[in-house]
Ligand binder design. Structure first.
Ligand code: IMP
Ligand code: MG
Length: 181
């Protein structure tokens, strides 16, 4: 039976769990008495969103959007494409975009531009990870789980060529895995 290889752990699942609760608590405080509408950025943001939303003590709703800026490898193509749009209107809602990682910022700046045009009441971003050293465009996240160095990471929703999203920890990509198809 094929099993997942051991990758070097960067952030353990227990630390992620603790931090997700803290971020949710901050969101709960910031939007006290209001409803928040979470928009998960597929596919990487779906695991973070599903943990985060259950720790938010407010009325919530959710939707998903799919964008692509990466091909099969580790480098951004720099071109963002909208693969799946939202199901519903966001006008007048407190929108929080839930992303796995803020890297160059190209994906998020594109996304924020199109969402802002749809007149949400507020528009914020929650990113599990942040790689500040890689930023190409000036975009910031209101809620950040962890800032990390310039390393390619996998797990907890993040993939390498669609693999490893199911790792419980955020790990560094094992160089041997890169060679495999
Ligand atoms: P950006 O447009 O460069 O900010 O890229 C954001 C997207 O690139 C993220 O939502 C991820 O899907 C992907 N990405 C960036 N860095 C990594 C990484 O270290 N591991 C896996 N995916 C990454
Ligand atoms: Mg992503």
């Amino acid at each position: 039976m094929a099993r997942l290889k051991k990758h070097k752990v960067l952030i353990r699942s227990a630390a992620i769990k603790k931090r997700v609760k803290e971020v949710a608590h901050e969101i709960t405080g910031d939007f006290a008495g209001e409803r928040v509408h979470l928009i998960g950025v597929l596919k990487g943001g779906c695991i973070f969103l599903s943990d985060l939303i259950r720790e938010i003590d407010l009325e919530t709703s959710l939707d998903f959007i799919a964008l692509s800026s990466y091909g099969k490898n580790k480098d951004s193509s720099g071109q963002v494409r909208l693969l799946k749009d939202l199901d519903s209107n966001i006008a007048g809602l407190n929108v929080i975009v839930v992303e796995d990682i803020l890297d160059t910022g190209l994906t998020l700046s594109y996304l924020l531009r199109i969402l802002q045009q749809r007149k949400p009441k507020t528009l914020r971003v929650a990113a599990l990870l942040n790689k500040p050293s890689r930023r190409l465009v000036n975009v910031k996240s209101d809620y950040i789980g962890f800032s990390i160095p310039d390393e390619f990471v996998i797990g907890y929703g993040l993939d390498y060529a669609e693999r490893f999203r199911n790792l419980k920890d955020v790990c560094l990509l094992d160089p041997k895995s890169e060679a495999q198809p």
